[in-house]
Write a protein that binds this ligand. Structure first.
Ligand SMILES: C[S@@+](CC[C@H](N)C(=O)[O-])C[C@H]1O[C@@H](n2cnc3c(N)ncnc32)[C@H](O)[C@@H]1O
Length: 301
């Protein structure tokens, strides 16, 4: 149909081209959550059409086939009810790698890339090789797998208390052809590790939301992501406190603990590090929004 004929059609008669689908869905998503509605619409439509996002832009006038359209409409309804896009499409990109996710694991967040950046910097400065590295609370395995990709000489463990999360992490390691570069361990912190095993680097994105703040957390998080991955006791400090004490024991001298936290508990995290014998807080790292997000501490003699 030529342009002048299309202009004469009422909005109900306009064909549902890729462009029209994206425009309508962007506006629909934006009413509930103004954060990047266009991106979320594009991710869902590209996945429904089994193409790359960039290809949508070369096919703006195309009308998708009916089965893809049905899938897309179903996904739009699910997301509009709060279900995260990453669970709907089953994957999320982190540090330029794609990870499978399902509701047993936290969806990797961009903020957590700062844990990777700090870990790679610390690893580079360490005189020993190979390094022993543990990712405590590995979830999808995004931290352990990304480090294994960049530090191929290291021995890396990915630990989680959730066997279902470890299943997802193992799948991701297989997808990324890592063989047995990461050893997966079901354990409550270091409980199942041999007493004499020590680490050069302990990295973690622990559960750090306080149950007291549950009411302030977006329902798309609280209603869909695993609570064992989100909540760290009443103030969010339970796992961080235990992790700091364990790290003082499990790090070699000069070894480094790097963990993510919420900006709201920065001073409490500092206080925990200050009163843990053998650990010195080295720095706090700000996230992309300029908020304190990652703590780095060193094991002193
Ligand atoms: C915030 S998620 C982080 C997941 C992943 N590392 C990431 O950054 O996307 C925290 C993870 O810690 C795990 N976890 C909670 N308590 C734990 C414990 N006591 N010992 C080991 N893992 C634990 C949860 O199952 C969850 O997978």
């Amino acid at each position: 149909m030529n342009d002048s004929k299309q202009e004469n059609l009422s909005s109900e008669e306009q064909p549902w081209t890729i462009q029209r689908l994206l425009d309508w869905t962007t506006e629909h998503f934006g009413k509930r959550d103004p954060d990047n509605p266009r991106l979320r619409a594009e991710v869902l439509l590209a996945e429904a059409l089994r193409c790359e996002r960039i290809e949508l832009y070369t096919r703006f006038d195309t009308i998708p086939p009916a089965d893809s359209l049905d899938t897309f409409r179903d996904w739009v309804k699910r997301h509009a009810r709060g279900e995260p896009v990453a669970y709907i499409v089953g994957s999320k990109e982190f540090y330029s790698l794609r990870f499978r996710v399902d509701p047993h694991v936290l969806i990797p967040r961009p903020e957590t890339e700062h844990v990777i950046i700090e870990a790679l910097e610390s690893a580079k400065a360490m005189p020993r090789s190979p390094l022993n590295i543990v990712d405590m609370g590995t979830g999808s395995g995004c931290i352990a797998i990304t480090l294994a990709k960049h530090l191929s000489q290291s021995s890396i463990w990915g630990v989680d208390v959730s066997p279902d999360a470890l299943g997802v992490a193992r799948d991701n390691a297989e997808t990324h052809a890592l063989g047995d570069a990461v050893q997966w361990m079901e354990s409550d912190l270091f409980e199942r590790f041999p007493d004499d095993l020590r680490f050069d680097l302990i990295v973690s994105n622990p559960p750090y939301i306080g149950t007291s703040e549950q009411g302030t957390v977006d329902t798309s998080v609280v209603d869909f992501e695993p609570h064992v991955a989100l909540f760290g006791g009443v103030e969010g400090m339970d796992i961080i406190q235990r992790l700091a004490v364990a790290a003082a024991d499990r790090l070699v001298e000069g070894g480094v603990l790097i963990f993510e936290m919420s900006p709201m508990i920065e001073s409490r995290c500092r206080a925990v590090l200050d009163k843990t014998p053998g650990l010195n807080c080295v720095k706090t790292v700000n996230d992309y929004a300029g908020l304190p997000r990652v703590m780095v501490a060193r094991r002193t003699g």
